[in-house]
Design a protein around this ligand. Structure first.
Ligand code: SF4
Length: 279
């Protein structure tokens, strides 16, 4: 099968070759973190999520906070059946959700696995937004929550930082479709179903952040957002500093001014290496 799982459309045979995401035919997992509490409270809850970090990435941003797994590719391989067995080995009464982190390059394999066994907690598809409508429609049958990044507005910026000039078009189509497919349902503060749109403010890119917030406000009905300030420089992508207090205040004030009030707003103190998982 030639891979066209995501908008990169590499059309290569993943049994013998690697496409942009760097991954082969089998699921590869870099790390499993139990009772992971670093997602938003409606995802982590009191118990924390069972977080599965997949290897590789179909976006591969230069500044990626999980660079070791997205670019270098570390991890253990699982067939679909092997992944089902792995999921069955966990006691899900101990977790608030199943958090599938950077899963897009294994969309088909994960979909097949979840059709065999769907754990009895909200299934969270924690992705970068660079995804095809066909795959999102298929995933909606097994995924409960789309926790989706909205990274860039400017074509020049997305081309420079992840080689995807069409990121904005692809991601906005993906997010609108996700919102159409999954209306919000909360149970005791936990998101049982819905869409949470994440935006990480980048240093020197306040204008892009403001454009993204404006787009969300104008195009998404009752958006639930997470505005993040935790960017930590990793020495790549030309982004070599944290946010300044003025950049932070400008974006957060704008969110409030235009009425984006439902969701989460990180403090500036969150820009710390403690937010970057060790792999
Ligand atoms: S999943 Fe990987 S190989 Fe397939 S189209 Fe996307 S980037 Fe290319």
């Amino acid at each position: 099968m030639l891979c066209s799982l995501c908008p990169r459309q590499c059309k290569i045979d993943r049994v013998n070759n690697r496409g942009f995401c760097g991954e082969g035919e089998h699921i590869r997992i870099a790390k499993v973190i139990k009772n992971f509490k670093w997602e938003e409270p409606c995802i982590s809850g009191d118990k924390g999520a069972l977080a599965i970090f997949f290897s590789g990435c179909n976006l591969r941003c230069d500044f990626c906070q999980n660079y070791e797994i997205s670019h270098i590719g570390k991890g253990e391989e699982y067939t679909v059946d092997g992944f089902v067995e792995l999921l069955k080995s966990f006691d899900f009464s101990q977790y608030q959700s199943l958090d599938l982190v950077t899963p897009t390059q294994f969309s088909l394999q994960i979909l097949l696995a979840l059709k065999q066994f769907k754990p009895p907690v909200p299934i969270v598809w924690n992705s970068n937004g660079y995804e095809s409508p066909e795959m999102i429609r298929s995933l909606a049958s097994v995924v409960d929550v789309f926790l989706v990044d909205f990274k860039f507005c400017s074509k020049e910026l997305s081309l420079k930082l992840c080689g995807a000039k069409d990121y904005f078009t692809v991601a906005t189509n993906a997010i609108k479709l996700m919102c159409k497919l999954k209306s919000s349902i909360f149970n005791d503060g936990i998101m049982g179903q819905g869409v949470l749109i994440r935006h990480l403010i980048l240093p020197g890119q306040v204008r892009d952040s403001l454009n993204i917030l404006n787009y969300i406000k104008s195009n998404i009905e009752e958006p639930f957002v997470s505005i993040m300030s935790q960017f930590t420089p990793i020495g790549r992508g030309g982004l070599n500093r944290k946010l300044t207090p003025l950049e932070y205040k400008t974006v957060m004030s704008h969110a409030k001014r235009i009425g984006l009030i439902h969701g989460y707003f990180q403090t500036l103190e969150s820009a710390d290496e403690g937010f970057v998982p060790k792999f």
